[in-house]
Design a protein around this ligand. Structure first.
Ligand SMILES: Cc1ncc(COP(=O)(O)O)c(C=O)c1O
Length: 469
């Protein structure tokens, strides 16, 4: 029988062999994976996923920060099926449109709260976060060209930020390993430090003092580059892939003051933070700043089907529309009808089940309390949450905040214990992070915290045995 005919009859080893023979995974050491064999995820329900060996795991990462409404929602499958049978595809290039794309754009515009003079009536669609940030680069440069300031090209991002993996996305991000491999960044991208108080705060400095200092790096960079050359600043509300780095309260107001002072555009990359993750439909509302462009993807469909885009604020949209000519940019799948139909059904679920309000209210508070309790563990130097994102730092010595040597790979050690005990938690260096589905019950939060504590205890035992504690 053809090996592909019925995958149910393939053993784990057989699927792993096919996988390593044919599938190059993203962000993967191919040789290393081939020697171990990939874990095969076969199905999922609610907040749990199962692998081909029948192991059930609590998915505290919502897939990859996206399955906000949980797995196996019949409504989303039905919406995709209905739309596929009605209009599975049509493009939006040649002065054509489709109803789900229009309805979704209008609905997103209604969900994005106006702030100050900024409001969001328009959406530019893509299929991913990375593509959306490429669109941002194109739109920002077009905007300044149309305003007769083509020398304004530089976009400033932050070190350890993640804005995707395309050439522009990786350039805007501040991941040194990605820059090294891709001969990046592309021209006219600059970076400043991240607002990570635990790591970069000075002795005696308060979090708010540090927040002001970290925001000040933006002004220093603008002045060093020459204010007339700077087009935009891009940042995640909370740095996700960088390790759930939550800026001090003083940071965002100061960033706003600086971008306003120099008239540069502010891009809020909300690929992770939008759609309830921090207790708001859009995270800029929580932090009180006024972006001109907002990147979204992931949870707009809860990850059931690829969709991304940019909320284009009135400041930029007005210029692009009124002073425009053709904007020579777009994708085959911009405004894909099936993806947009699934997004509409996903927003229906989020509204009906009041998921955003749950995170902002009691459930978010419950997670904050339970996750915060982990800070009594001897290995935990800091445990913090922002809505339904959380991170803790593994330390060698709580009192002195001494960290482990990177060679100890303490995060990976802890992550291994999580996986072996039925919990999917991510390690970023020595930070352990979660972003669970927003549909969790308090009992499921309790179960997750129990599993995290178990993994911490096992990690501590290991480190003692190895003489590293
Ligand atoms: C803040 C942010 N921007 C952009 C991206 C890239 O999104 P995608 O992987 O859909 O291209 C990600 C992915 O995790 C992200 O977290």
């Amino acid at each position: 029988m053809n090996a592909f005919a019925d995958k149910q009859h393939l053993s784990t080893r057989e699927i792993q062999a096919l996988d390593s023979a044919h599938f190059l995974h993203p962000f993967t050491d191919f040789k290393d994976l081939a020697s171990r064999g990939a874990r095969i995820i076969t199905h999922a329900q609610g907040i749990y996923v199962w692998d081909s060996e029948g192991e059930k795991m609590l998915d505290a990462m919502s897939g990859l920060w996206c399955v906000n409404v949980g797995y196996a929602r019949q409504e989303l499958a039905d919406a995709a099926y209905r739309q596929m049978m009605t209009l599975p595809f049509y493009n939006s290039f040649f002065q054509t449109t489709n109803l789900p794309a229009v309805q979704l754009a209008a609905r997103l515009a209604a969900l994005a709260p106006p702030v100050g003079e900024r409001s969001f009536a328009h959406v530019f669609y893509s299929s991913s976060g990375s593509e959306s940030n490429d669109s941002n680069v194109r739109m920002v440069r077009r905007y300044w060209d149309l305003l007769g300031q083509p020398e304004r090209k530089v976009i400033i991002g932050r070190l350890n930020a993640y804005h995707g993996s395309t050439m522009a996305g990786a350039s805007l991000g501040g991941m040194s390993g990605m820059h090294a491999q891709g001969d990046l960044p592309i021209p006219n991208i600059a970076h400043i430090g991240q607002p990570y108080f635990f790591e970069n705060g000075l002795p005696g400095e308060t979090a708010d003092e540090f927040g002001l200092r970290a925001a000040g790096w933006l002004e220093e960079k603008i002045l060093a580059l020459g204010p007339d050359r700077v087009a935009a600043f891009i940042a995640e509300p909370v740095q996700g892939a960088g390790g759930v780095i939550i800026a001090p309260d003083s940071y965002w107001p100061e960033i706003q003051r600086i971008v306003d002072k120099y008239g540069i555009l502010l891009i809020s990359d909300e690929v992770i933070c939008a759609f309830g993750r921090v207790g708001h439909w859009f995270a800029y509302e929580k932090f009180g700043y006024q972006p001109d462009l907002v990147t979204f993807a992931k949870a707009v469909t809860s990850g059931y089907i690829p969709l991304g885009g940019v909320m284009v604020g009135n400041r930029v949209a007005k210029v692009l529309i009124e002073q425009g000519g053709e904007f020579t940019h777009g994708y085959t799948y911009s405004g894909h009808p099936v993806a947009c139909a699934v997004a509409l059904a996903n927003l229906d679920i989020m509204e009906r089940e009041q998921l955003v309000q749950r995170v902002k209210g009691e459930l978010g508070a419950y997670l904050a309390r339970r996750f915060g309790e982990l800070s009594d563990h001897p290995l935990v130097g800091l445990a913090e949450t922002c809505g339904f994102m959380a991170g803790l730092v593994l330390v060698k010595n709580k009192a002195t905040r001494a960290r482990f040597h990177p060679d100890a790979a303490v995060g990976m050690l802890c992550r291994g214990h999580c996986f072996n005990n039925g919990l999917i938690m991510r390690a970023v260096g020595d930070r352990m992070i979660i972003a669970p589905p927003l549909v969790m019950t308090t009992a499921e939060i309790d179960e997750m915290i129990r599993l995290i504590r178990l993994a911490l205890n096992l990690t501590q035992q290991d480190l003692k045995q190895k003489g590293q504690l």
